[in-house]
Design a protein around this ligand. Structure first.
Ligand code: GDP
Ligand code: GDP
Length: 435
């Protein structure tokens, strides 16, 4: 289920990242530690009173603007367009600045909920945070992100204004595909080409989230839906100028998907933003296919594809399991292969290993290379079982989880993959102490 997105907006140094850490920090303490998972501090899941949401620190988004004011204006625009709620942070110790006034002016125009957060209020009596009433955004909520003061009240107010989660209308066996990538890499062209070949049930039905447009279709008796990202809304209006990379929309599409098609332009390669988004997909346990489009534009010899592949593998070293495919939406080269791969990785992500087989495999792996000893103590793995699918999740019962080394966990993951593949999907390994 997609989670509502909450954006933190405000000028530099008001305490946005402190607030971000304060809110997700409490959550991180609850969730299981997952070694090997790259966490992006810009987008984190958080939870308050059973309500889950994704928090985005817009201060960390790079809009490639030099002037602070236009940076912040872009952040606010992004938040107003794409977030479900906005935390507008001001520095109560500094009082109202011109930038605060400007941001407030644009935020007053949105009908999304905006909470005005007066930060750095360690002492309610000494710091006149109520002067921020003048911004016309309602009552300022005084907090100290640094000390964690009153942040509980802030979160109470926040979860009160979050929209109720909506459920996807698709049957559980529908494979939900997100097509992500920077503007102009060819997402719309690919989607059109794919849909052109398949039986589209209904074209462009409104998606489940307010602004999404989904495209369901059937193929060989299987149901699919391509969930919306920015590029696709232009499907019938490709004459529009390229739009900016909509990070938040991409995140939402990833959240709602089973399989992520990460599209690159063969003439451009992998960008920083790509790494972030696909890293998020990895964190979320989504199956991933790397699609290099516009392959028709590349002058090739017999080594070109290999060289390309090596470069992408280097850039995305955390995704060794994701298949790479070289296609052209223009010439339709290898396009049918995309849905074949989608079927394949969706199956891999849902695969279950019998407990006895898994335990044999782990036993053999431990015999071949025993875990390294740490201060005279050695990790013992008593028993292993697969706890779930999508992504495949394995639970190892051990004498002491602290004794597991990252490299040894990687070794076990590789052993599991050598035998069972799990191509295209992340794998999770959890450790439990056996009584
Ligand atoms: P950002 O640029 O908006 O992300 O701000 P940061 O979170 O990096 O904080 C900027 C500065 O304000 C840092 O020196 C923080 O230590 C300080 N700061 C953040 N929150 C608080 C707070 O609640 N009280 C006080 N006194 N200082 C804070
Ligand atoms: P999006 O912004 O990612 O949805 O990209 P579009 O599908 O709108 O494509 C951007 C531009 O690249 C358009 O001019 C397309 O015609 C062109 N394009 C898309 N796919 C290919 C391809 O495989 N080869 C070539 N040569 N051009 C392509």
């Amino acid at each position: 289920m997609p989670k509502p997105i909450v954006a933190i907006v405000g000028r530099p140094n008001v305490g946005k990242s402190s607030l971000f850490n304060r809110i997700v920090g409490e959550r991180i303490a609850i969730v299981e530690d997952m070694p090997g998972v790259t966490r992006d501090r810009l987008y984190q899941d958080a939870e308050w009173q059973g309500r889950e949401f994704t928090l985005v620190d817009t201060g960390g988004l790079d809009f490639a603007e030099d002037i602070i004011t236009s940076q912040i204006r872009k952040q606010a625009e992004m938040a107003m367009e794409e977030a479900d709620a906005i935390l507008f942070v001001v520095d109560a110790r500094q009082g109202i600045t011109t930038i605060d006034e400007e941001v407030a002016k644009s935020l007053r125009k949105t009908d999304k909920p905006v909470l005005l957060v007066a930060n750095k209020v360690e002492d309610f009596h000494k710091i006149p945070y109520y002067e921020f009433y003048a911004l016309g955004l309602g009552e300022p909520i005084p907090v100290s992100a640094a000390e964690g003061l009153n942040t509980g009240d802030l979160l109470d107010s926040l979860v009160n204004v979050l929209p109720q989660p909506e459920e996807d209308p698709y049957s559980p066996d529908t494979i939900r595909i997100a097509v992500i990538g920077r503007p102009n890499v060819g997402k719309s062209s690919l989607v059109n080409a794919i849909l052109g070949e398949e039986r589209v049930i209904v074209s462009n039905i409104p998606g489940t989230t307010r602004d999404a447009i989904d495209s369901p279709f059937e193929r060989n008796g299987n149901s699919y839906v391509i969930v919306d990202t920015a590029g696709m809304r232009r499907r019938n209006r490709i004459d529009l100028p390229a739009e900016r990379y909509s990070v938040v929309r991409a995140l939402r599409a990833v959240d709602r998907s089973d399989v992520v098609l990460m599209v690159f332009d063969a003439t451009e390669g992998v960008a920083e933003q790509d790494k972030r988004i696909v890293g998020y997909a990895h964190d979320k346990g989504k199956a991933i296919i790397l699609v290099v489009n516009k392959w028709d534009l590349i002058k090739k010899d017999d080594k070109t594809m290999h060289k390309f592949e090596r470069k992408i593998r280097e850039e995305l070293a955390f995704l060794p399991y994701a298949p790479i495919i070289f296609v052209s939406a223009l010439t339709k080269q290898r396009l049918p292969k995309i849905l074949e791969l989608v079927d394949f990785v969706a199956d891999e992500a849902s695969k279950r290993v019998a407990t006895a087989d898994l335990n044999n495999l782990i036993r053999d792996a431990v015999q071949a290379t025993p875990p390294p000893a740490d201060k005279h103590r050695r990790l013992k793995i008593f028993y292993a079982t697969q706890g779930g699918v999508k992504p495949p999740t394995f639970i190892l019962f051990v004498n002491d989880p602290e004794l597991m080394h990252f490299s040894y966990e990687r070794y076990l993951e590789n052993k599991i993959r050598e035998t069972y593949g799990f191509e295209g999907t992340p794998i999770r390994i959890y450790l439990r102490q056996r009584e």
